[in-house]
Ligand binder design. Structure first.
Ligand SMILES: [Zn+2]
Ligand SMILES: [Zn+2]
Length: 175
């Protein structure tokens, strides 16, 4: 798919056009062109180290989504993207080059145009990484919190003073 098409699709999903989404589109384009096909299920996993605008491009273009559990956010505040293919048993890491953000004189639109005109290799440090993806997401039973009565994933339940409770109720109790 052409970069313009990818950008259009990502912008529709994201809601506005911005330099962040352009960066995410470049990540997705590179992945799609290097054997990482769009993922209807959990064929791909993305481990991203940022929660900025760029991640939305990965969700819509690569199918690595928060809801399916094949988008993992590590809260490091870095524009680094690790993508794994379970099908091809390989991984790639794209890390934003610092030189890319140096030119602050550009307007928002100029930045977007500049990014879209660059080669991925100019924007990111790119290297193959060991195939070591996070585990598959799994469906889990929900149980009732004894305090608020809301259904809660079993693994998130706390036991406190002999009661099984959800995390918000536990926090209330401990005050
Ligand atoms: Zn944005
Ligand atoms: Zn509760």
């Amino acid at each position: 798919m052409e970069i313009k098409e990818l950008m259009k699709k990502a912008t529709m999903f994201h809601g506005h056009i911005c330099p962040g989404i352009a960066i995410g589109v470049l990540v997705a384009k590179y992945a799609l062109e290097h054997g990482f096909e769009h993922s209807p299920d959990e064929e791909l996993v993305a481990v991203v180290e940022t929660d900025n605008c760029s991640v939305d491009a990965l969700q819509v273009l690569l199918g690595t989504t928060y809801g399916k559990g094949n988008l993992i956010h590590k809260d490091y505040g870095k524009s680094n993207y690790n993508i794994y293919s379970r099908k091809n048993q390989k991984g790639v890491r794209l890390a934003l080059k610092k030189s890319i953000l140096n030119n602050n004189k550009l307007s928002r639109d100029e930045k977007i145009q500049k990014f879209l005109g660059l080669k991925p290799e100019d924007v990111f440090e790119i290297r193959n990484i060991e195939y070591d993806p996070p585990m598959m997401a799994h469906i889990e039973e929900s149980v009732l919190c004894e305090i608020c009565g809301e259904l809660t994933m079993d693994s998130r339940m706390m036991n406190y003073q002999n009661k099984n409770m959800c995390i918000p109720c536990y926090k209330e109790f401990k005050k």
